[in-house]
Design a protein around this ligand. Structure first.
Ligand SMILES: Cc1ncc(COP(=O)(O)O)c(C=O)c1O
Length: 411
């Protein structure tokens, strides 16, 4: 395509995009900055500015400690249910907002491992892929060491992820728990979560899904696909802000059998009894530990409201259109310079980001940041283009990919 063709294509796609207006609902989206990192830290919704200010003056400032009884004690469960309904296909009462993803991974993997061991001591293995996000891998290694288990690694291609044949070869009568990411953080590979869950269950294992890169961009059907456990970040596509707390999903059938190891007062049956012993609460409360970070779970509610309004399927349709467009431009403008796509080309196997590979991408990324074009870099040689469906436009995508081409030329 010629330069003008791409300009016309971007303009036409923005004009036809039913979600285009949502871009105006985000702080800074009207500037010239190109933001390709909404899969790492989403832009703030304008409504969140107002929500945070009102919370400080009226709720925190006005209600003071009465706020806990009036609404804050319930907020981790209410916001969890909202995430469940709008983003991950979970019926009420199975999702809670709590600690960081890292801490929730520890709590849930350990709970699942211990429960499996209690019913079948031969189940000593935790299965995880060698390209899963670092914290997931470190956590699995730590828990295996702590509980006398072992890790079974699934080796994967860095440009894709775990498929049915790889998982089938790894699971068996010794598998306690499987830990996988729905969308791979490096390649953007979108796993067939329904099929892989079935494979884990057929082997008698429990499965935990890391939904960090899918929540808010790729539809998830946690109940329908039979998930046991899931965790996910809220500061990426849910725009909760830096360090906003993660969510945990535990299928209702496991509520009475799983107990997590960080036994704090907030997970106790009667929080204010201050009694001598810890007795895990019924339902999702048992997965909490200490005082919930209320202020940090405010902003995500605005993006969840937008997803509720448009539906996650519409978000996914925009996400696919954006990544397809990005790949089209990359093939035309960057392939001649030796740039390759280190993500699945088939949209059915791709989440919301596209990774571009070239030996100079570290330097390219540094140069782009100086020019207010913000992708991120992941070894080896990967420049990640994260396209946040509610706040990214086709025009912004075109400007960003052109900037990559110019940066490569200028090196
Ligand atoms: C796939 C994945 N899992 C886990 C994490 C860890 O999340 P946290 O740092 O909030 O504990 C991240 C963070 O980016 C991630 O991308």
């Amino acid at each position: 395509m010629t330069t003008t063709d791409f300009d016309a294509a971007a303009a036409a796609r923005d004009a036809a995009d039913p979600l285009h207006g949502y871009r105006d609902l985000f702080v800074g989206a009207d500037s010239d900055l190109v933001y390709f990192d909404g899969n790492s830290l989403g832009r703030p919704p304008r409504a969140s500015v107002e929500r945070l200010a009102t919370f400080a003056t009226e709720s925190w400032g006005g209600r003071l400690i009465r706020g806990w009884d009036e609404s804050w004690m319930q907020m981790p469960f209410d916001v969890g249910d909202l995430i469940g309904r709008t983003a991950i296909g979970a019926a009420a009462g199975q999702t809670v907002v709590g600690d960081s993803t890292t801490v929730l991974l520890y709590k849930l993997i350990r709970a699942a491992f211990d429960a499996q061991q209690a019913t079948d001591p031969a189940r000593v293995e935790i299965v995880v892929d060698d390209d899963n996000f670092p914290t997931d891998r470190y956590m699995v290694e730590g828990i295996a060491r702590e509980r006398g288990g072992r890790v079974r690694w699934v080796e994967v291609d860095r440009a894709s992820g775990v498929d049915a044949s790889a998982l089938s070869a790894a699971v068996g009568p010794e598998t306690a728990v499987v830990v996988l990411s729905h969308v791979a953080y490096r390649s953007g590979y979108l796993a067939d979560a329904a099929e892989l869950t079935r494979i884990a269950h057929d082997a008698g294992a429990l499965i935990l899904w890391d939904l960090c890169h899918s929540a808010g961009s790729v539809p998830v059907a946690a109940d329908a696909w039979g998930f046991d456990l899931a965790v996910g970040c809220t500061y990426k596509y849910l725009n909760g802000g830096p360090g906003s707390p993660a969510f945990a999903y535990v299928a209702a059938r496991h509520h009475n059998t799983l107990t997590q190891p960080i036994q704090g007062w907030m997970g106790n049956t009667d929080v204010f009894a201050m009694g001598p012993e810890y007795r895990p609460a019924e339902g999702m409360r048992r997965f909490l530990s200490g005082t919930p970070p209320i202020t940090a779970m405010l902003a995500m509610q605005d993006t969840l409201a937008m997803i509720d309004e448009v539906g996650i399927e519409a978000v996914r349709a925009k996400s696919v259109a954006l990544t397809e467009f990005a790949i089209e431009i990359v093939d035309d403008l960057l392939a001649p310079s030796g740039v390759t796509i280190a993500s699945p080309r088939d949209a059915a196997f791709r989440g919301g980001h596209v990774t571009l590979s070239h030996p100079s991408m570290r330097a390219v990324t540094a140069r782009l940041w100086e020019q207010d074009v913000i992708p991120d870099y992941r070894d080896p040689h990967g420049l990640r283009i994260g396209l946040s469906p509610l706040s990214t436009s086709f025009g912004e995508t075109l400007r960003g990919v052109r900037a990559v081409a110019e940066a490569l030329r200028a090196l």
